[in-house]
Design a protein around this ligand. Structure first.
Ligand code: FAD
Ligand code: DLZ
Length: 505
C-alpha cells in the first residue's frame, strides 16, 4: 500500500483477504529524496500513512508498517519489498497501480527480481481508465480537455439534465474571471492541531530532512479521512459559493481565497474525487451554490485532473524529456527563497515555502509564466513543482508543469502557451500596488519584468509559435510596433535575463 493510496476501498484491498493477507506500508528515504520534497509534504504523508495503518488494524487487517527510523529500513520500495518477501514468504504481491511511472516500473521489476507473482490492479479511484483514455485519444488530431470533459460529464451524469448539460452550457469559465478585492471575507481552510502521531512525525522530519525546502511549522493539515471530510464540508459551505467568480483572482495577503485546498487529500486517497464532485453537485441542486461555481469546481476534477492523468500515461516515459523551445536557463535562486523584488513572485514563493500550497493561478500565471518567459529549463521547473507542493505527484504535476505551464510538449496538452505580460497579473491581483516595478512601464529599469520578457519570448520563439492561429494576433501586434520600440523591449529583456543569470533579485 503506497503513501498515496490511503483509501479503505482501494482496489488492492478489494483483491485481498484480511484473514490471510498482510498489508505492507513503508516509509522510505528514497521517496522523500528523489526530489527533495517540502518538509510539510513529507510530514503530511507519513502522518496520514501512520493514521491509516491504525484504521486498517482497527478494521481487522494485519499491517506491517516500517517506519523511516527503523534500523532495518532498506530505504526504497524495492528494498522493502525484498525484505518483506524474505520475512513473510508470500505467494504473490498485490498492489494498486502506482501513480508514477517510476514506481510502476519498480513494481513490475519485482516479479523477475524476487521470483514472486506481482499482481498490479487498476486504480479505480479515477473516473477514466488508461484504456478508455487511449480509446478517446486514438485518431484525434488534438487532445483537448473541453471535449474530454464533456465525455466525463456524460459518463458520471454530473450536472446533466438528460443528455444535456445543466444550464444549457458545458462550461461557465467566462463567468469565472472576477478580480477579488480585499474587502471580501475569505474562509480559511480547515485546520487541525497535531496529535501525538503527527508530533512524532514532525520531530522525525525536522531531524532527517532539515535541509529540505519549506517551513515545517505551523503544521495544520488534516491527516485522516475524517479530517479530510471536515475540510470538504467546510469548503462546500463557506468557499464553494464564491469559487467560480474568483477562481482566477490573486491577492497579496490571501493565500487561499475561495480555493478548496483539497488536492492533497484527494491525491493521497483521503477523499474520493467522484464523491467530492457529487457533493458539489448536491450543493448546487439544493440551491446553496450557483451553477458557475459547481461547474467550475467539478470541471477541475473530472475534467483537468482526469485529463492530465490520461496525458501522463499516454506520453510517458518520454514526456519528461520534452523541451519544445530548447530552453536551458537554470531555475532562478529566488524560487527557493522568495527573495525577489517582484511582488507577485515573492508572494507565490513565500506562501509555497510556508504552506506547501499555492493556488492554480499563482502556479500557472506567476511562477510558471515567469519561468516560461525567462526560458528556464522545463525539467528544472518540473522538479521544483514536484518538490514544493503537498499535492505533487508526477502523474498530475508533470503534465500541468511541462505541458500546460511551460508548453514544453509543443501543444499536446494545451493549444497555446500560457504566456502573459504584467497586465494580466495587474488585472487579476493587487500585487502591482506594492511592487517595486511599475506594471504600466513597458521597458526600462523600472518596468515590470513580465512586460519586456513577454515580447522577447514571442520574438525568440517566432519559428515555433507564429504558425499557431491562437498566437497570430500577438504577432500582428508585435509586427506593427516600430523597430525602435521592438529594440527597446528586447534590450530590456536582455538586461533582465543577464541580471537573472547573475543571481539578481
Ligand atoms: P481548487 O482550485 O480548489 O480546485 C479543486 C480541485 O480541482 C483541486 O483540489 C484539484 O484536485 C483539482 N484541480 C484543479 N486544477 C487542476 C489541474 N490543473 N490538474 C489537476 N487537478 C486539478 N495539482 C495537483 O493536484 N498536484 C500537482 O502537483 C499540481 N501541480 C501543478 C503545477 C502547475 C505548474 C500548475 C499550473 C498546476 C498544478 N496543479 C497541480 C493543478 C492545480 O494548481 C492544483 O490542483 C490546485 O491549485 C490545488 O489547490 P486546491 O485544492 O485549492 O484547488
Ligand atoms: C511522496 C511520498 C513520500 C515522501 N514518502 C513515501 C513513503 O515513504 N512511502 C510511500 O509509500 N509513499 C511515499 N510517498 C508517495 C509515493 O512517492 C507515491 O506513492 C508514488 O510516487 C506513486 O505515486
Amino acid at each position: 500500500m503506497l503513501g498515496d493510496q490511503l483509501s479503505a476501498s482501494i482496489s488492492s484491498l478489494q483483491n485481498a483477504d484480511r484473514k490471510n493477507d498482510r498489508v505492507l506500508m513503508v516509509e522510505v528515504e528514497q521517496e522523500a529524496t528523489y526530489v527533495r520534497h517540502h518538509k510539510k509534504k513529507i510530514a503530511f504523508l507519513f502522518s496520514a500513512m501512520r493514521h491509516f495503518a491504525d484504521e486498517l488494524r482497527g478494521a481487522g487487517w494485519t499491517v506491517d508498517y516500517v517506519k523511516l527510523n527503523d534500523p532495518e529500513n532498506a530505504g526504497s520500495f524495492t528494498g522493502e519489498v525484498e525484505r518483506a518477501i524474505k520475512r513473510l514468504r508470500p505467494n504473490r504481491l498485490i498492489v494498486t497501480e502506482p501513480g508514477e511511472w517510476r514506481v510502476r516500473a519498480a513494481m513490475d521489476a519485482c516479479q523477475d527480481a524476487f521470483g514472486v507473482l506481482v499482481d498490479i490492479v487498476e486504480d479505480d479511484r479515477f473516473i477514466c481508465s488508461h484504456k478508455e483514455f487511449q480509446t478517446w485519444a486514438d485518431g484525434r488530431k488534438q487532445l483537448r480537455m473541453e471535449y474530454f470533459y464533456r465525455e466525463m460529464r456524460r459518463k458520471t451524469g454530473l450536472l446533466m439534465e438528460g443528455d444535456q448539460p445543466a444550464g444549457g452550457k458545458w462550461n461557465f469559465d467566462a463567468e469565472n474571471r472576477k478580480a477579488a478585492n480585499a474587502d471580501l471575507v475569505f474562509p480559511s481552510p480547515f485546520r487541525v492541531e497535531p496529535d501525538t502521531i503527527t508530533e512524532d512525525v514532525l520531530a522525525l522530519v525536522a531531524e532527517r530532512f532539515a535541509g529540505h525546502f519549506g517551513d515545517l511549522n505551523p503544521f495544520w493539515f488534516g491527516v485522516t479521512r475524517a479530517h479530510a471530510e471536515e475540510a470538504l464540508d467546510r469548503f462546500l459551505e463557506y468557499a464553494l459559493p464564491n469559487f467560480g467568480d474568483f477562481q482566477d483572482a490573486m491577492l497579496e495577503d490571501e493565500k487561499f481565497l475561495f480555493h478548496s485546498v483539497l488536492s492533497l487529500y484527494i491525491n493521497a486517497g483521503l477523499l474520493d474525487p467522484l464523491t467530492v464532485c457529487q457533493r458539489a453537485e448536491e450543493a448546487f441542486r439544493k440551491g446553496d451554490v450557483p451553477l458557475n461555481a459547481a461547474e467550475g469546481f467539478i470541471r477541475q476534477i473530472i475534467g483537468w485532473r482526469e485529463f492530465v492523468r490520461g496525458i501522463y500515461w499516454l506520453k510517458m516515459p518520454d514526456y519528461v524529456d520534452e523541451n519544445f523551445f530548447g530552453d536551458t536557463r537554470p531555475l532562478p535562486e529566488f524560487y527557493w527563497t522568495g527573495d525577489t523584488d517582484m511582488a507577485c513572485l515573492r508572494a507565490a514563493v513565500t506562501q509555497t515555502k510556508e504552506e506547501a500550497y499555492a493556488h492554480h493561478i499563482q502556479r500557472l500565471m506567476v511562477t510558471g509564466n515567469f519561468a516560461l518567459l525567462a526560458g528556464v529549463d522545463p525539467k528544472a521547473v518540473h522538479e521544483w513543482y514536484l518538490a514544493v507542493y503537498a499535492d505533487a505527484y508526477e502523474w498530475v504535476e508533470l503534465p500541468n508543469t511541462l505541458g500546460m505551464s511551460q508548453f514544453a510538449d509543443g501543444g499536446v496538452l494545451g493549444s497555446k502557451p500560457y504566456a502573459a505580460s504584467g497586465n494580466y497579473i495587474h488585472k487579476m491581483s493587487n500585487h502591482c500596488k506594492t511592487c517595486r516595478f511599475d506594471v504600466k512601464q513597458k521597458t526600462g529599469d523600472d518596468a515590470c519584468p513580465f512586460n519586456p520578457l513577454y515580447w522577447d519570448f514571442l520574438e525568440r520563439n517566432r519559428d515555433k509559435l507564429q504558425g499557431n492561429p491562437r498566437m497570430a494576433q500577438m504577432y500582428r501586434t508585435w509586427d506593427r510596433m516600430s523597430e525602435d520600440k521592438q529594440q527597446q523591449y528586447r534590450d530590456s529583456a536582455t538586461r533582465i535575463l543577464t541580471a537573472l543569470d547573475k543571481g539578481d533579485r
